[in-house]
Design a protein around this ligand. Sequence first.
Ligand SMILES: Cc1cc2nc3c(=O)[nH]c(=O)nc-3n(C[C@H](O)[C@H](O)[C@H](O)COP(=O)(O)OP(=O)(O)OC[C@H]3O[C@@H](n4cnc5c(N)ncnc54)[C@H](O)[C@@H]3O)c2cc1C
Length: 403
Amino acid sequence: MADPIDIVVAGGGMVGSAFAAALADSPLQIHVINAHPPSPWQEHHYDTRVSAINLASESILSSVDSWQHVQERRAAPFREIEVSDHITGQTLCFDAADSGLAHLGHIVENSAITEALRLRLEAAPNVTVSQNDRVQSVNHAQGQILVSTEQHQIITARLLVGADGATSTIRALSGISFNRVPYGQTALVSTVTTREHHGDIARQRFLPTGPIAFLPLADGRCSIVWSADSAYAEKLMAMTDPAFLAELNTAFPNQLDVTFATPRQSFILEQLHTSTYCVERIALIGDAAHTLHPLAGLGVNLGLLDAASLAETILHVIDHHRDIGGVSTLRRYERWRKGENTLALATIEAIHQFFQQSNPLAHQLRAAGMSFCQRNPFINRFFVHRATGLSGDLPRAARYAET
Ligand SMILES: Cc1cc2nc3c(=O)[nH]c(=O)nc-3n(C[C@H](O)[C@H](O)[C@H](O)COP(=O)(O)OP(=O)(O)OC[C@H]3O[C@@H](n4cnc5c(N)ncnc54)[C@H](O)[C@@H]3O)c2cc1C
């Protein structure tokens, strides 16, 4: 068995890699174990999985020297968000310029983010990464944690960070309970070619069956995320390409006019939140601790805030010679992030419910509410502030300074 190290990170997705990168070049020895290597970024093929990355996440990725690498690959800034309601015909617009910003965020391929972080971790002398291996069991032993993997590695550490996604093994092994609420919806994603240019606008339309988003890409195409009631989503998945295009153009009758869609991928949607983010020597970050509806593109943005907050908490306690895996350290991280994430989950749930209501009174309220928000610059700026991730108690790495 190798010498004890400081931190084992289970999961090398966007969140686990960002956490390790935030501690790169620190005095801590870190080992990242990742079950599946992330897909490599490809210059001539747009990754179907993209994320809307807000300004707080842009700062976090800059703070770990990865944002420039992301931009050198592909990142599409969007300067407007347009939200429309199919039933009432109301539209809400949020413009970066109204808040004195150049953009509200970027649409970035997930593979561009994981590749940029991989390069950062490879350059860090204190970080080791094992791909194609997974944490299988954990045992507590005298102020340390013993982690065993499928490939027969046994690692002793002071802290285990579970960044292993929505079906987290670490969450299960640590006995942390969670609340899971299925949305009854499935999200379809595809990259689509449109007749008209997207104009750097992120569009979202709420249909009676769920929201559909058109996210602008750097090559002029759009990534769609179509969240639909599961039975309808199954039909959409089974449609021929021409039938799907016709359905899409009817569902989102905007000026863009879709002419081609790449093969669709689907994801079952559910909300999940753990009762706690930590037990002695174990902390959860990212989707391992919480998942939510993609309608506001928040999942990885919240996960990156977890990663930056936990890293900042750890750097603070090592400066004060305290135990990085002790419950008091980990509770400090939990107090910081759980309230913020609970608020985000509740807000998304409220928006989801607001647009799901089918009775005429709810439609009238929706029309009045959207029209009020559109006319009130204060409320408009409040939403922009939240959408860019620049509200709440932010870790230092997330504080955005426009360059
Ligand atoms: C359709 C859709 C659209 C979305 N759009 C957005 C968006 O626009 N903006 C946004 O912010 N979020 C978005 N999200 C959410 C976002 O994709 C997730 O929040 C994010 O991918 C979570 O990252 P993660 O690193 O926590 O987990 P994951 O990406 O799931 O990574 C977990 C990693 O852990 C590894 N692993 C699993 N088990 C083990 C184990 N036992 N040991 C070791 N390693 C293990 C896996 O191989 C994987 O690499 C979207 C989600 C969906 C479904």
